[in-house]
Design a binder for this molecule. Structure first.
Ligand SMILES: C[S@@+](CC[C@H](N)C(=O)[O-])C[C@H]1O[C@@H](n2cnc3c(N)ncnc32)[C@H](O)[C@@H]1O
Length: 336
């Protein structure tokens, strides 16, 4: 019961809320898709504007409680489905003209604080890290994958310099007993060659495992690819990222579908590649210092957006090929 009491007192701050609203302009009405409903921070704000409708999804079934409350208040203007955003194409949208699609990636503070999810290194007990609709847990990954596979996950998803020694020590430890959350924290702390007093030693390892367990790379890639197909002319896609790997993917994709490339610098002839979107701002929008003061985790948020130029459905992109190395690592999960 203790976890419930703690959870009830946890305050959730929707990150870059004003900025998101200014980008998608719900004051003109229309239908929006909130791909990461969470605590409904963005959804509620959109619904406060007349003539708006929100179709919201989230992979975490716990969000349904919040969604039910919003449903009572806006029975005709709100719809929620427990779905992963990589499956956005499964939504039955009829002929709905979607004005904007928003993604606020990562985890809500409520999820991080939820002991049962075990997303944080302060959690106790068995490793978990599943946000919802998962195929395997961190417990299965850490206690079954081979040394080299764990090393790759830590190195590429966590940019962990000590990936080799940490994975070796995990495999050594589990010959005696299963690795729990606190065991993993201890193993990482003992393995690290240099101590960083500002950041917890296990931060990168936990980030890497969360990305792996929740298949965050393919979720994002297929989420983006499906989102741009759904939008019609003038539709807006806005994405808030929290770590460099996510931002790298979003940045590449947005540039890839909104930019024409010159064939050579000596012959500035334009390739016939179609430009599907425009990107009004090349640089991301980041939180103001006041927001960071009120909600410290917002400091790493980056908002990028693009606007669709026409009604194209088949959007040409090499996003999957570009990040195939990361998708291959994610696929190590099929061994479990
Ligand atoms: C940072 S929170 C969103 C907070 C929300 N914008 C708000 O203001 O309340 C991220 C949410 O996205 C959800 N999520 C993460 N990955 C997802 C995915 N692949 N598909 C659907 N939901 C996902 C998480 O479960 C979490 O509830």
């Amino acid at each position: 019961m203790e976890a419930t009491i703690v959870l009830d007192n946890v305050k959730h701050y929707p990150v870059l809320l004003k900025e998101i609203i200014s980008v998608i302009s719900p004051q003109h009405g229309g239908t929006f898709i909130d791909c990461t409903f969470g605590q409904g921070g963005y959804t509620k704000e959109i619904l406060n504007y007349k003539n708006t409708k929100v179709i919201a999804i989230d992979r975490d079934i716990e969000c349904k409680k919040k969604a039910n409350l919003i449903q009572e208040k806006f029975p005709d203007r709100f719809y929620f489905k427990n779905l992963k955003f990589s499956k956005l194409n499964h939504l039955k949208l009829k002929n709905e003209n979607i004005k904007g699609i928003v993604f606020d990636l990562g985890y809500s503070f409520i999820q991080i604080k939820d002991q049962n999810k075990g997303l944080s290194f302060n959690s106790s007990g068995k490793l978990n890290m599943m946000m919802g609709l998962n195929e395997f847990s961190a417990n299965e990954a850490v206690n079954n994958l081979e040394n080299q596979d764990i090393e790759k996950i830590l190195r590429y998803f966590g940019e962990e310099k000590d990936a080799k020694i940490i994975s070796k020590n995990i495999v050594k430890f589990r010959t005696t007993k299963q690795v729990s959350t606190q065991d993993l924290v201890n193993i990482v702390e003992k393995s690290k060659r240099k101590k960083n007093f500002k950041v917890h030693s296990a931060t990168k390892t936990f980030q890497a495992l969360r990305i792996f367990v929740n298949k965050e790379i393919s979720e994002l890639i297929y989420g983006l690819i499906n989102a741009v197909k759904i939008l019609k002319k003038d539709g807006i896609l806005a994405v808030v990222t929290f770590h460099s790997l996510e931002d790298k993917i979003v940045k590449y994709f947005f540039k890839n579908i909104s930019e024409n490339k010159s064939i050579s610098r000596y012959e500035p002839k334009i390739d016939q590649k179609k430009i599907f979107f425009s990107m009004p701002k090349k640089k991301p929008i980041i939180p103001l210092s006041q927001e960071i003061k009120e909600n410290y985790p917002s400091r790493s948020a980056k908002l990028r957006y693009i606007i669709k130029n026409d009604n194209s459905y088949n959007i040409d992109t090499d996003l999957v090929e570009k990040f195939s190395n990361l998708l291959e690592i994610e696929n190590l999960g099929s061994k479990l």
